[in-house]
Design a protein around this ligand. Sequence first.
Ligand code: COA
Ligand code: ZN
Length: 311
Amino acid sequence: MESIWITDVSPRDGLQNQPKLLSTGDKLALIGLLVAAGLRRVEVTSFVSPKAVPQMADAADLLSAVIGQYPQLQPTVLVPNLKGLERACLAGAGEISVVLAATETMNRKNINQGLADATRNCQDTVRAAKAMGMRTRAYLAVAFDCPFEGATPVPTLMALAQQMLVAQVDEIVIADTIGSATPGRVRDCLRLLGMAIPMNQLAMHFHDTRGLATANAWAALEAGVRRFDASTGGLGGCPFAPGAAGNLATEDLVLMAQGSGFQTNIDLGGLLDVIEFAQSKIDRPLGGRSHSWLALQKLKGDLEARLLFPG
Ligand code: COA
Ligand code: ZN
């Protein structure tokens, strides 16, 4: 059976714009539940300015604790620059992501640099991380539409991806930051990107603003992508991109992929426990499109049977 690889980004993309600050212990418990559900790749935190994102002020303590407590996990962290990389390295990071937005304005809003400077900054950060022996990912943010500049042309995306490949990045993550992609656009975009980038170096990061994230993930699967970001319960959003809603929910992606013959090694019942815990900590309801159905199956006690014999 073919596998897909999911990076759960709920502790980073999910928590970064939550007004309620979670304690390091609560974040650690959340990550522990993700590990218990079978996740082996989790974006744990970001080493950004605590003034820009107060929720991430405990990045170093959290990453060190995660490495100590969950050796089976491959944690990944976001860094916006060399300073962030240095902090992540000291805390023991083995993998980092940089974020390059596809437009001038989005880069300025996010990291206070224009596109040319941001590109150089990301290249320098990736090169330095590689020299430290780390695995690297580069997000191409606002890959479909920018809330400030409109549609992103695919050739622009291609050019930025090439710049990151020149810096020897291991993985390029196409990020639909505001959740405006459609399956047809995903197909067309990947048809072009796939000519320049091996599919196993590409990952997709969808947001579910318009309810199309699962359909978009399916289009990417059909195009040959096997790496996805997702967030349990759909927790998420970007504080710097107006209109960005929660991420593609991990439970929706797992349900779709497992029901379509892909292996994920993730337990849907375990994801329900993550959602329950996260809800209690952020004081608002969470859950992807499939959440209430999954919760009902769990109540009835036949989640396993339903998943083995869907329909
Ligand atoms: N971690 C912690 N502090 C950092 C830092 C980092 N990675 N990078 C810079 N700083 C500190 C500097 O040391 C300086 O501190 P000081 O005021 O005490 O001297 C201060 O931040 C300003 O530094 P500067 O280089 O001028 O940065 P800036 O104000 O232009 O902000 C970023 C740039 C990248 C640090 C900031 O915009 C940021 O953290 N953005 C994150 C955005 C984000 O998380 N987006 C979501 C991901 S999609
Ligand atoms: Zn995102």
